[in-house]
Design a protein around this ligand. Sequence first.
Ligand SMILES: [Zn+2]
Ligand SMILES: [Zn+2]
Length: 204
Amino acid sequence: MLVLGPDSACDVCLDGYDNDTKLPYSIQCGHVFCSQCIPSLPRDTCPICRASFSRSEVRRLHVDLDSVKATPEALEAKRLQAAIAKIANEGSSEQNLRQFIQEGKAFLTSQPRAMYKELRTSLKMISYMCDVRSTLKSRERELENISKQVQQLAQLQAENGLLQKQLQSSKKKRQEERDQALAEQLTLKDHAAKAHAAYETMVE
Ligand SMILES: [Zn+2]
Ligand SMILES: [Zn+2]
């Protein structure tokens, strides 16, 4: 029985084999690649030994995949990939998303650059999405602030109009009071003049 070790990986994508999308296939020279990479091998040539091969002669290998003990790193990569799928399907709060992106980046920077290419791509896309979303949100907030300011301005203008009216009416009142005082003064003068005239007549 052919048993894959924990570090067995496709030499093209460097991902480990699984029972799903990364099944091990061998080409005529005997080199083994995953089912995802075989169709993309250029010019039907083995990327390791350069022997040409025929696509009709590609054989799936029956190996005991269950005995492959996944490394903690592979398990963590799987967990992150599943979390990304969940986020893509169900969405997530921005805070959770940011935390997840941090986790993912921390894990990936601790791994060789050539490993977990799919996970790297997914994480990049998700963090791009997150940035776009937060930019949109901050634009929305800006817009909200502006409309609040416009409202405040309108309120101030209304208050200003009211004050202007009050000022006008108190000015008018003051003017009326002044006119009245003047009129009273004139009446008083008139009285005095008349009294004086009467006195003069009496004296004459
Ligand atoms: Zn592969
Ligand atoms: Zn080969």
